[in-house]
Ligand binder design. Structure first.
Ligand code: C2O
Ligand code: CU
Ligand code: CU
Length: 489
């Protein structure tokens, strides 16, 4: 076992005794503990800044098969709170990182240069990527060196994202700013009359704590947070910041016209779960999830998004009067985290977009094709987050699926765990023996496992042999060992 006390100390989880959590505390009260963490960021008024438009990175070169990019991971300065500067770590020094625009079946090679003082590894979340380029938590790029990540993009159009994945330190390194969008497009999707161009907008939702000087506060190594036996540690369950950012700006506004818009909503928070709704009472029309378009659009009043999940939605402003203001709410949050952003309808425009009645078909994988069923229990054990009773051991394979085989994986757990599996896109078969939840629709790479649930997923392991990981995407749980390895053989 590699992680451990170092890491628990980092999170203020242990004091002298090594006893980390108080048994018998109901999870509901822990949810409240998240919301009332004692650190308070400087207050900021919502809806004061425009939603940042994320820059799209240009390739340094292209040839018949491949687009080549260079990214430098480095320190930078962001202006997030009024009048203050926030030191960040970012891809090309910005947070969120630059957006990569890729095409299905056209290769992308990204040369990542690490100009940070710590090792890094870059994972393309949702990518079906050879293991050498998967950004394995142990495949580190040391300060001053570079690595070429090769993405074949042999997968359908989807909203992917890239982020740091250093073992034991993913939470803090993503928190510092190491995350960006990777939009994979294809011709099928482009053939639909969906909103495009400036009406197709990625939204990266994160939560952060700030110190009075504007710097991010992450509870690592904060001696005041050392665990006292018998007292509930504050951050062992995840770091839940009190300030909501969208595309790196505090609760921004976006000026829209009276048309439909497509929003690719990503929960890039380390731990926080959102339930999104519109103050106007309008529905979201969901067209896609983690792995691209759904078979047909689905009207949803609320969207439940766990860490790393994506929902592609249309919001139709065509019948909203000019002058209306629509707040995207977070029904899971109160006070400072209850509002995400605001849409201000500011001008009339002819709406030429349409939402087709059917999108792209998804053939359900037949459970009879599965040759193996595996079970994974996500639990707090011995004061640390575990899978089947053990912490992450990079040298141990928890599963060895055969290349091209189909397997069913069954998950149970003791708390909210967003479960993410590298390499594959899967389908959710059932929750507690019943139908999957609305948020489980389509191809998925992450799903929310709630307390006491039993969720079954099915997937086929194609194209690449080698080691990958699966883990809880609550990044603090992941850093404390809630990660497993599988090796495709
Ligand atoms: Cu988004 Cu293994 O992570
Ligand atoms: Cu991933
Ligand atoms: Cu978890």
């Amino acid at each position: 076992m590699i992680i451990s006390r170092r890491n628990m100390l980092k999170l203020g989880l242990v004091g002298g005794t090594g006893l980390a959590v108080l048994p018998g505390v109901p999870w509901q009260s822990l949810n409240r503990a998240y919301a009332t963490a004692r650190v308070a960021s400087p207050p900021v008024k919502p809806f004061q800044v425009a939603l940042p438009v994320l820059p799209v990175l240009q390739p340094v070169s292209r040839d018949s098969s491949t687009d080549y990019y260079h990214i430098t991971q480095k320190a930078g300065q962001a202006h997030i709170l009024p009048g203050l500067t926030t030191p960040i770590w970012g891809y090309n020094g910005i947070f969120p990182g630059p957006t990569i625009e890729a095409k299905s079946f056209r290769r992308v090679v990204i040369r990542q240069t690490n100009a940070l003082p710590v090792p890094t590894t870059t994972h393309l979340h949702g990518g079906h990527t050879p293991p050498q380029s998967d950004g394995d938590p142990t495949d580190l790029v040391s300060p001053g060196s570079s690595k070429d990540y090769i993405y074949p993009n042999r997968q359908r159009a989807s909203t992917l994202w890239y982020h740091d994945h250093r073992m034991d330190f993913t939470g803090p390194q993503v928190y510092k700013g190491l995350a960006g969008f990777y939009l994979l497009r294809d011709e099928i999707e482009e053939s639909f009359p969906l909103p495009r161009g400036e009406h197709d907008i990625p939204l990266m939702i994160t939560d952060r704590f700030f110190n009075a000087d504007g710097s991010f506060f992450y509870p690592a190594l904060d001696p005041s947070l050392s665990h006292t036996p018998g007292v509930l540690p504050q951050y062992g369950y995840g770091v839940f910041g009190d300030t909501i950012l969208v595309n790196g700006a505090v609760q921004p506004f976006l000026q829209v016209s009276t048309t439909k818009y497509r929003f690719r909503i990503l929960n890039a928070s380390g731990a926080r779960l959102y339930e999104l709704a519109l103050s106007s009472g309008q529905p979201f029309i969901q067209i896609g999830s983690d792995g691209g378009l759904l078979p047909a659009p689905v009207r949803r009043q609320t969207l439940l998004l766990a860490s790393a999940e994506r929902n592609d939605v249309i919001i139709d402003f065509s019948r909203c009067p000019v002058g209306s203001q629509i707040i995207m709410k977070n029904l899971h949050g109160r006070g400072r985290v209850a509002d995400i952003m605001r849409f201000d309808v500011v001008r009339k425009e002819k709406d030429d977009y349409a939402i087709p009645a059917t999108l792209t078909p998804i053939a359900p994988i037949d459970p009879a094709k599965a040759t193996v069923t595996r079970s994974f229990e996500f639990l707090l054990g011995q004061g640390m987050w575990t899978i089947n009773g053990k912490h992450f051991d990079p040298n141990y394979a928890d599963a060895r699926p055969r290349l091209n085989s189909t397997e069913i994986w069954e998950f149970t757990g003791d708390a909210n765990h967003p479960i993410h599996i590298h390499d594959i896109m899967f389908q959710v078969l059932s929750r507690n023996g019943r139908r999957p939840a609305p948020g489980d629709a389509g191809w998925k790479d992450t799903f929310l496992l709630s307390k006491g649930e039993r969720v079954r997923i099915i997937a086929t392991f194609t194209d690449y042999r080698g080691p990958y990981v699966f883990h809880c995407h609550n990044l603090e749980h992941e850093d404390m060992g809630m990660m497993g390895r599988f090796v495709v053989e």
